[in-house]
Design a protein. Structure first.
Length: 433
């Protein structure tokens, strides 16, 4: 369409990309001017000068409004709500784009949203720390991120569990090292040609010695005392046992299947040892990071276009499982809070998050009810809330956030809970723009 003020042609029917006027407001203003002009004409020639004054004043005011909208649309530090999630009405496809700045422009270029849910998706972030994964979302254009406190804070219970895992891994490492040492000793024997030759020579010597001892026994069994005969029988028995042992060992040494099994067992044990050592090092880093209740250590966020940022500041709620993060960015897309205190039961809702690391997964369900658990109000929903979804938004079909996905009941399906968005503003209202 063509802008009625500056004649700039564009696809959008909401706001002029050139001069910044809002078309609907402009048309309303022009209509008011026409009404004033008609009234002036109807009042006769005596009031014509007064009508002209009103028209001139109207033009001046219109010009001032246009200038204000133009500069506000080009301000890199401020993005108005009209440039946020309120781009289209519910269920209307997105054909027009508003003026985009900062991070919002970057994300729209990479992942152009086609509906209100995808608009909210662009304002959702993936959170990764040394001890786990989670989600969050931008709540204002200053890029403040809402998430769960447990996503960014390592609790005392978690540290105790991690300590137990470290002890168990240490035992596994010691067991595998002993097993590998034993197999390597066997391998040195199996694949040592000199050792096999020595064993063959020893076998021949023991066989010759056995023949000699048996001959002596037969020749002197009637001439020797009982003690001497017993000693001779013991010597014969020992040589027979040694011959059996050496023959068995030599059969094993020349057994190709055994050699292959030994190699495979050695490789398997080494892989198991390396895996245990890697996990031990990883968990040790976690333990170091979590000392003294560390928060946000090595915390990283990933946006929908896969760009990564670190966190510069964190605020924790004392009343709810909530945290407010700041990556030090500006001009972010954000999810507007719903203006309804409570959606009716049965209302369709959506979750956006990264269950088990599957980034920006959207699931849907309904508002099942409202529950009070441990003196806190929660929204109950059957929309799947899986590990990795914690901290992500629960939104309505208009793309407005109604809650922060927080918890599920173990060993159940279709029972999830979200903290009402009102709690976010109660706890962090002084920080949110």
């Amino acid at each position: 369409m063509k802008c009625p003020k500056c004649n700039h042609e564009q696809a959008s029917s909401i706001e002029c990309e050139a001069c910044g006027i809002i078309f609907e407001k402009y048309y309303k203003h022009q209509k008011r001017l026409e009404e004033i002009d008609k009234k002036g004409s109807a009042s006769g020639t005596g009031n014509s000068s007064g009508g002209m004054i009103w028209i001139v004043l109207g033009v001046v005011v219109s010009s001032i409004i246009a200038v204000i909208f133009y500069y506000s649309s080009n301000d890199n530090q401020t993005i108005s709500p009209e440039q946020s999630v309120q781009i289209v009405k519910p269920n209307e496809s997105i054909k027009d784009k508003p003026v985009l700045l900062g991070i919002k422009k970057q994300l729209y270029a990479a992942r152009p949203p086609r509906n209100n849910i995808e608009i909210a998706r662009n304002a959702t972030v993936f959170i990764e720390s040394d001890w786990g994964l989670g989600s969050g979302f931008f709540i204002d254009a200053d890029c403040h991120i809402v998430t769960n406190r447990h996503v960014v804070e390592f609790s005392k219970k978690d540290r105790e569990m991690l300590s137990d895992q470290l002890k168990q891994l240490k035992r596994i490492i010691e067991q595998e090292e002993r097993a590998i040492a034993k197999i390597e000793r066997q391998a040195r024997i199996v694949f040592d040609d000199d050792y096999r030759r020595r064993q063959m020579n020893e076998l021949e010597q023991r066989k010759e010695k056995l023949i000699t001892l048996k001959r002596q026994y037969n020749d002197y069994k009637y001439k020797l005392s009982y003690d001497q005969l017993d000693r001779l029988e013991d010597a014969i028995g020992f040589e027979e046992e040694e011959i059996v042992r050496i023959e068995k060992e030599l059969n094993t040494l020349y057994n190709g299947e055994y050699q292959q099994e030994l190699k495979e067992e050695l490789e398997k044990r080494k892989d198991r040892l390396n895996e245990a050592k890697e996990r031990y090092e990883k968990y040790s880093r976690k333990m170091d990071s979590s000392k003294f209740g560390a928060v946000g250590v090595d915390l990283k966020i990933t946006l929908v276009d896969d760009t990564e940022y670190s966190i510069s500041s964190i605020e924790l709620s004392d009343n709810h499982d909530l945290a407010l993060l700041s990556p030090g960015l500006s001009g972010c897309p954000y999810i507007e809070a719903s203006d309804q205190d409570q959606l009716e039961q049965g209302k369709k809702v959506y979750t956006i998050g990264s269950p088990v690391g599957l980034k920006y997964t959207v699931t849907s369900g309904i508002v099942s009810g409202y529950r009070k658990l441990l003196d806190e109000e929660f929204i109950q929903t059957d929309a799947p809330i899986n590990p990795g979804n914690s901290g992500g938004p629960l939104i309505d079909d208009a793309g407005k956030v109604i809650g922060v996905n927080s918890a599920i009941i173990k060993n159940t399906e279709g029972i999830g809970f979200a903290i009402p968005i009102k709690a976010v503003f109660d706890d962090f209202g002084r920080y949110i723009n």
